[in-house]
Design a protein around this ligand. Structure first.
Ligand code: AMP
Length: 515
């Protein structure tokens, strides 16, 4: 089954229901939405020969047309490749090339002006100023999406590996249906009255969660700021009501800080689904004090999209159970369509309370990595997805994450992979050795800190390295602090001891605070 049939059915059943808003302005009803997607799909098929299994990259910031184009691609059986809009165009071009996309849809249609910027066979289209828009305007009567098998790939989701090279996670129509069913059972009741707000990038979890809302006939609200602005969210909540949105813990923290300043009490917000990074107990307690029982936590990863564990609303808010605080500090228990285990290196179950790797099996688990059988074989073992996350499970099935085994830095809810930053810095002539770690940050959850050993006699400073990174990577990945050191602490195998670096960085900032 093609998951775009959900849009088709909702458009038949509720043609006049508001489907997409830009702020409070109506952008499309469900009849408009489906007709435009069908027409743009036909345009892609007729003019660019896009069909079943072809890849179409979508490299644009959140906008009201986002979901229309996404469904245009799925409508004709092609695979959508949403790319984080914060990436540098060069990083995005790598993903376009790796996915073998036939078409890259960008904000202007001219992000890649030079021939050779994109792989030879790939065409670039602007999301607004192209034949796509004209097709959407003409929108002839709607036809049904093409039929697909449940295990056909729908969404190619690029997540970075510790190697620094992004890997394409193949999410099938079945995976997305399973994720949506688990949403409706475990995460939130879905209703045509829902106003689903996209305050985080639609290329990621927030966008994935549009599927259950679409099925229910709820409205998709793209904030006019295109991103996360607490005052705007409070305004939309008051004007529209029943606001539902996914937010990284750092976003929740900023919303709560805004509420503390303005006295806003969460009126108009139905549900805030948080996840994607650690939520500290003090922070969720403060959020509950301000907004009451409006929070649900999920834990997932691209490889099992949004669907590993859930901590439901009543348990997030519970204060009566003897383990209430420990449960609130956990990520909850396995979602309805998966089984979760904590295992040792030989994949044997560990007893309650013991820390091991979290593994998961069930219908949302990806088909594998795109054109990367070796990585797939390492990651899915006997049907169990190895998450790379360390944690423990208590006797009641609640999972507590202790560490990310791979030193991923999560800043503002977005993953940053140290190796990628390290490789960029090492490409500079003056840099001899480098190690990158994440340090706690009040504003961002974590921020990037680089330890740099310069080559003998090389003259180079923070400003120069900052400019170097700026030209090569998205700005959110750039180190916020550079420490120039004589050498890096290493163990007897020559591996850099990141724990020592963290202690060192903490000591330095403590010294600076005192000075
Ligand atoms: P991504 O594949 O980019 O969505 O990142 C997934 C990773 O984010 C997971 O493997 C975890 O390390 C982390 N993560 C996701 N949800 C949570 C959560 N609720 N609490 C703590 N970490 C989380």
């Amino acid at each position: 089954m093609n998951i775009s049939r959900w849009l088709y059915q909702t458009a038949l059943a509720r043609p006049d229901a508001p489907a997409i808003r830009s702020g409070t302005d109506l952008h499309a009803t469900y009849a408009d939405f489906a007709r435009r997607s069908a027409a743009m799909g036909r345009y892609l098929a007729d003019t660019l020969n896009v069909g079943k299994g072809d890849r179409v990259a979508l490299f644009v910031p959140n906008c009201p047309e986002y979901l229309e184009v996404l469904h245009a691609v799925l409508w004709v059986g092609a695979i959508i490749v949403p790319i984080n809009p914060k990436l540098h165009p060069r990083e995005a071009a790598w993903i376009v090339g790796n996915s073998g996309a036939k078409v890259a849809i960008t904000q202007t249609g001219a992000v890649y002006p030079d021939a050779g910027d994109l792989d030879g066979g790939c065409s670039e289209l602007g999301i607004r100023d192209s034949g796509l828009t004209k097709a959407a305007q003409d929108a002839p009567p709607m036809t049904a999406p093409v039929d697909m098998a449940a295990d056909d790939v729908a969404w190619l989701f690029y997540t970075s590996g510790t190697t620094g090279r992004p890997k394409g996670v193949m999410a099938t129509h079945r995976n997305l249906v399973a994720m949506s069913l688990a949403y409706a059972i475990d995460v939130d009741t879905v209703s045509p009255r829902d106003n689903s707000l996209y305050a985080a990038p639609m290329s990621h979890g927030a966008g994935l969660y549009h599927f259950p809302i679409l099925r229910a006939g709820g409205c998709h609200v793209v904030p006019q700021s295109g991103g996360f602005d607490p005052a705007e969210i409070a305004g939309l909540a008051r004007d529209l009501g029943d606001l539902v949105f996914f937010a990284a813990p750092t976003m929740v923290k900023r919303l709560v800080a805004h509420a503390a300043e303005t006295g806003y009490d969460g009126t108009g917000i139905k549900t805030i689904i948080y996840g994607g990074g650690p939520m500290y107990l003090a922070d969720i307690d403060e959020a509950l004090d301000r907004f009451g029982a409006r929070f649900v936590q999920i834990y997932g990863q691209g490889e099992s999209p949004m669907t590993i564990t859930v901590l439901p609303r009543d348990l997030v808010a519970d204060t009566t159970h003897e383990d209430a605080s420990a449960r609130r500090a956990s990520v909850g228990y396995a979602q309805a369509c998966v089984q979760v285990r904590v295992v040792d290196e030989a994949m044997h179950d560990l007893p309650p309370g013991e820390v091991g790797e979290i593994v998961v099996a069930g219908d949302p688990v990806m088909k594998g990595y795109w054109r990367n059988d070796a990585a797939t074989a390492e990651t899915i073992v006997d049907g169990w997805l190895r998450t790379g996350d360390m944690g423990s499970m208590d006797a009641d099935g609640f999972v507590t994450l202790t560490d990310r085994s791979k030193d991923v830095i999560i800043s503002g809810g977005t993953n940053i992979y140290p190796r990628e930053v390290e490789e960029t810095l090492l490409a500079h002539d003056a840099v001899f050795e480098v190690s990158v770690i994440g340090m706690p940050s009040e504003d961002w959850g974590e921020e990037v800190v680089a330890f740099v050993v310069l080559r003998d006699g090389a003259g180079c400073d923070t400003a120069e390295l900052d400019t170097w990174c700026k030209g090569r990577m998205a700005s959110f990945k750039k180190p916020k602090t550079y420490h120039f050191v004589q050498d890096l602490p290493k163990n007897s195998y020559g591996k850099v001891l990141k724990t020592s670096l963290r202690e060192h960085a903490a000591q330095r900032s403590e010294d600076e605070r005192r000075a």
